[in-house]
Design a protein around this ligand. Structure first.
Ligand code: ADP
Ligand code: MG
Length: 618
């Protein structure tokens, strides 16, 4: 303390002076009061000097604490951003090594315990000798200084010659260590290791600082792990609930499919018997056609369920989706349960159709279960509502326009104790194999993911009503694709180049297209079609091609055809929507995209639309 000795010296000189002066005057005057005054003055001055020193020490302490707090704050702030633990560790080390009051050799590193229990894994370091990261890539609990700190959960301090410091390498410079465990619930989940100058003495304040950094990191690591765990659980939940829903519906779907097949068999038999009466054959064929329409719808429904897609939100007219769900419900729910629909909204919401489907099916399945014993009434209602500031605040959502979906039943209802738990994952009152308790947890998650809100009202013995609020988009609903009946309005006379490697498809398409007035050149390979086209490109008005074909695929064929004749419209058909999706096809300049299997009525309509557009009618 140079200040201290300065003060001491100055004070010494002053003291001599004062005493000298004093003694002179005492000797002269013999005033005892004066002598007393001098002693008091001397005491006051000593106290003053001590206070100055104390204050200087305090200021240093405050500055140091301020620096520590700044580091901790900045780490916490960083951890809220999208930053990896490794990056955060590297920054932590830099910050620690930037402190000039902390003894260190400019070298430090951090370990983390990952999947393997009781094993420290090297994560980040700074200023380290070349061999160290390899040497200390992993350190088992109990081994060397770091392992010891990890095993005991206590900070270990070691000098250069410490025998517990077992990992040594060539040209190791003299140094010491603090090995500081990162603890969570008294378990070591990581470790900070600092290199100390040789001969440095253990310092309680340094250890306290390092422990507080370790504590901060523990909190950050825990939060990151919880976030990851939560995301994983949510994904599992979605899958499990989807499986449950499929399970519940599979029986019903199989049943319905059998009915359809039975009808197709029956009408085919009838048609065979009636070969001599064309008008009867026509009636039977119509019935078969209608049955396949139903089968197609069913397959579409099943696909909606099984597609394991990431959340894809798009403007969705909820009423259309509800109608689809109702179709599916009608064939799974027994006749003792009446289904009523009250759809008053044609509003759209930004929503993932698969997930909204899951909401409806889960709520309806629960309602069905609640009415299984005694039957009852299942109501699905859809309304536009406005959420005012007060109600929205209570629900924790934004005020504004919403679409409200109500699923109400007249079943068993629920007691208060159940009501508070129904959204918890795995809460179920059903037998094993009947319910998993995941349905409503999933519904809740989906609603939140859509910035919506869900409420429930229930009374034992009377029934239950769930209300789901989803934000409504402004504007009119987009038209949705529905299966079109053959109206006969889609005729034409143009020349169509048709390519599909499946013989049956080519045959049926040719017949129907020709019946509708078109001229058709059909091919079973892209190469064959291209050859014919190149001879007289002006002869053709439209190319209809399958996507997946051996040899040249549909996209390649389309590209080559348009290279020759850029104005040629192309309709691309594909059963594998994931290989080349609709948007991509349209972006490539393809005029229309048709999912397989398609109905010829649908195809005729698309052909007309595309050709009209080309001719400038639309
Ligand atoms: P699960 O249907 O697999 O049991 P859910 O999360 O869908 O799981 O529902 C949790 C519980 O909430 C059910 O077991 C049931 O006790 C109760 N519940 C849900 N919907 C209704 C309803 N409409 N009527 C009565 N009870 C219901
Ligand atoms: Mg359920």
């Amino acid at each position: 303390m140079p200040r201290h000795s300065d003060d001491e010296e100055r004070w010494g000189m002053m003291r001599e002076k004062i005493i000298g002066l004093g003694e002179k005057s005492i000797r002269k005057s013999y005033y005892p009061e004066l002598r007393q005054k001098i002693i008091e003055l001397e005491n006051a001055n000593r106290e003053l000097a001590l206070e100055v020193i104390e204050r200087q020490r305090g200021e240093e302490e405050i500055k140091r604490n301020y620096e520590i707090q700044t580091i901790i704050n900045s780490l916490l702030k960083l951890s809220l951003q999208d930053i990896s633990l490794d990056e955060l560790f590297a920054i932590t080390i830099d910050k620690i090594l930037s402190l000039n009051w902390l003894a260190h050799q400019g070298k430090a590193f951090i370990f983390l315990v990952e999947e393997v229990p009781e094993l420290l894994v090297f994560k980040a370091g700074a200023g380290l000798p070349g061999q160290l990261p390899a040497h200390c890539a992993t350190v088992p609990f109990g081994s060397c200084l770091c392992g010891l700190a990890a095993a005991t959960g206590e900070i270990q301090f070691g000098g250069h010659d410490d025998e517990r410091h077992t990992l040594r390498y060539e040209n190791m410079q003299p140094h010491g260590h603090y090995a500081v465990p990162i603890l969570l619930d008294q378990r070591t989940i990581g470790l900070i290791c600092i290199f100390l100058p040789a001969g440095h003495k253990r310092d309680a304040r340094e250890e306290e600082f390092l422990a507080s950094i370790a504590h901060t990191l523990a909190g950050i690591i825990q939060r990151q792990r919880m976030v990851l765990e939560k995301a994983k659980l949510e994904e599992e939940l979605r899958q499990a609930a989807k499986m449950e829903a499929i399970g519940t519906l599979a029986g019903g779907i199989a049943h319905d499919f059998n009915n359809i097949l039975t009808a197709i068999f029956g009408f085919t038999e009838l048609a065979r018997l009636d070969l001599l009466h064309p008008e009867k054959v026509d009636k039977n064929l119509n019935a078969i056609y209608r049955s396949t329409l139903r089968a197609k719808e069913l397959v579409k429904q099943i696909l909606t369920f099984s597609r394991r897609s990431e959340q894809q939100k798009k403007p969705l007219q909820l009423s259309l989706l509800i109608k689809e769900c109702l179709k599916l419900l009608r064939c799974t729910i027994p006749a003792t349960i009446e289904i009523k629909q009250d759809i008053r909204s044609s509003g759209t919401a930004l929503a993932d159709p698969t997930q909204i489907h899951q909401i409806i099916m889960n709520l309806c399945t629960n309602a069905y279960h609640a009415m299984r014993q005694n039957g009852g009434l299942l109501t699905l209602a859809l309304e536009d509502v406005e959420m005012n500031v007060e109600d929205a605040g209570l629900a924790g959502i934004q005020p504004g326009p919403y679409i409200r979906l109500t699923v109400a039943d007249t079943g068993t209802g629920m007691a208060k104790e159940s009501l508070s738990k129904i959204f918890d994952p795995y809460f179920t009152t059903k037998e094993i194999g009947e319910g998993t308790g995941l349905g409503l947890a999933l519904v809740h998650g989906i609603v939140q993911g859509h910035h919506g809100h869900i409420t429930v009202a229930s009374e034992p013995g009377k029934g239950t009503a769930f209300q789901v609020f989803l934000p409504r988009l402004p504007g009119t609903p987009a038209a949705s694709a529905t299966v079109l009946e053959d109206t006969g309005a889609d005729r034409g006379h143009e020349h169509i180049l048709m390519v599909d490697d499946e013989e049956n498809i080519v045959r049926i398409a040719r017949e129907i297209l020709e019946d509708s007035g078109y001229q058709v050149s059909a091919h079973r390979s892209g190469a064959g079609a291209l050859q014919e086209f190149r001879q007289q490109p002006d002869q053709y008005d439209l190319l209809i091609t399958d996507m997946a074909m051996p040899g040249m695929n549909g996209v390649e064929l389309a590209r080559q055809v348009r290279e020759r004749k850029p104005s040629m419209p192309v309709i691309l058909c594909s059963g594998h929507s994931d290989m080349v999706n609709r948007e991509q096809a349209l972006a490539m300049g393809i005029s229309a995209y048709v999912d397989k299997p398609y109905f010829m009525s649908e195809m005729l309509h698309t052909i007309r639309t595309v050709l009209n557009r080309k001719n400038g009618y639309e």
